[in-house]
Write a protein that binds this ligand. Structure first.
Ligand code: NAP
Ligand code: GDD
Length: 343
């Protein structure tokens, strides 16, 4: 019998990479999508090919993690071997604008899935998409599985709830439930409003005279960026481990947003010069055109200044390590963007 995976959040960046990975491992993959007035399955174009074939290995269901009935009904109908909860309002800045919805989806959504597992079949394995945002105002560097949490946003707080409720259901009901504590991971399929995608897309368009300027926020926060393609492998490995456990997944390397911009500009052969300070800091190209400015709109009420992880436990127990470095990531993202522009 083929293994069956159910992915909440299948239409997102990680959902798309995970679907592809599991299909290659010969799983039947079921995904939960939300009804939307515009098509939201573009990341799945590669895998969602034969929606009406008799024997499908990729099946989509309408549902929402804020709707307990849909969560329970889908799990009961699919009876999966493994559930991956990737569903979330995943934008940190937006979580300050819609804190109640973010909490409903990102915290209570996890509880709804765990309750449904307890009701339907306690043997279903569960992966929870935890985040380095839970470390927030970090209390030690680098961060590992034992580092205390100090979230800095409604998103981070909701993810901390999900972390503990996952651990609590593991201990209370002996579920095979794991928390991945994933640091930032990016790819050509990254959402358009996250900083790496904004920078790569913006600079590619500026290079090709499709756009004049890019507006950003804090240039000095530091992130540990990996490639989503590597990180979905870690999710799967957690559920194949002998015992359920929690793992930090990261690269161990850290860069500022400004350094990321400089690396992308260099690859695109845009010679940039920075002038000014604070919110007035701007980047100019070789013709002295201002191509990057900061805008108050993109600063957050509370910032996570620095994130850098330690993946020693995942390396030792799961035999996982990242394959792609920041240069590979930037190359991947640039070549995708340039292809989009030339289409
Ligand atoms: P993403 O691209 O924003 O995808 C989020 C997914 O969740 C989308 O499929 C979205 O559907 C779905 N979703 C949102 N609200 C939902 C709801 N109420 N019910 C059902 N589905 C809902 O995020 P990602 O980058 O793939 O990240 C996947 C997960 O990992 C998220 O939980 C995120 O918080 C977490 N995480 C991400 C990172 C990272 O750096 N990428 C790091 C740590 C943790 P629509 O397409 O309809 O919006
Ligand atoms: N989004 C965005 N847009 N961020 C900007 C901008 C901008 O114009 N300018 C500067 N930044 C800074 C943010 O203030 C933050 O310090 C950093 O760039 C990264 O922002 P994002 O790319 O939005 O990612 P994030 O770190 O806040 O959150 C992502 O990673 C988390 C894991 O640590 C998301 O994927 C979360 O869902 C994930 O949990």
């Amino acid at each position: 019998m083929k293994k069956k995976a159910l992915i909440f959040g299948v239409t997102g960046q990680d959902g798309a990479y995970l679907s592809k990975f599991l299909l290659n491992k010969n799983y039947v993959v079921h995904g939960v999508i939300r009804r939307s007035s515009s098509i939201n399955t573009f990341r799945l174009n590669d895998v969602y090919k034969e929606p009406f074939a008799k024997k499908r290995n990729f099946v989509l269901h309408y549902g929402d993690v804020t709707d307990s009935l849909s969560v329970l009904n889908i799990i009961e109908k699919v009876r999966p071997t493994e559930i991956y909860n990737l569903a979330a309002q995943s934008h940190v800045a937006v979580s300050f604008d819609i804190p109640e919805y973010t909490t409903n989806a990102d915290a209570l959504g996890t509880l709804r899935i765990l309750e449904a597992i307890v009701k339907v079949d306690k043997k279903i394995k569960f992966y929870q998409a935890g985040s380095s945002e839970m470390f927030g105002k970090v209390v030690e560097k680098p961060q590992n599985e034992n580092t205390p949490f100090y979230p800095r946003s409604p998103y981070g707080v909701a993810k901390v709830y999900s972390y503990w409720i996952t651990l609590n259901y593991r201990e209370s009901y002996k579920l095979f439930a794991c928390n991945g504590i994933l640091f930032n991971h990016e790819s050509p399929l990254r959402g358009e409003t996250f900083v790496t995608k904004k920078v790569v897309k913006g600079l590619c368009r500026i290079k090709n005279n499709k756009q004049k300027k890019l507006y950003l926020g804090n240039l000095y926060s530091k992130r540990d960026w990996g490639h989503a393609e590597d990180y979905v492998v870690a999710m799967w490995k957690m559920l194949q481990n002998k015992v359920p456990d929690d793992f930090v997944i990261c690269t161990g390397k850290q860069y500022t947003i400004k350094k990321f911009i400089n690396l992308v500009a260099k690859k695109l052969k845009i010679k940039i010069k920075w002038r000014g300070k604070g919110i007035n800091e701007k980047a100019y190209d070789q013709n002295n055109n201002c191509i990057i400015e900061c805008h108050q709109r993109y600063f957050r009420p509370a910032e996570v200044d620095t994130l850098q992880g330690d993946y020693s436990k995942a390396k030792k127990v799961l035999k996982w390590k990242p394959k792609k470095n920041l240069e590979d990531l930037i190359n991947d993202m640039i070549s995708y963007e340039l292809k989009q522009i030339s289409k």
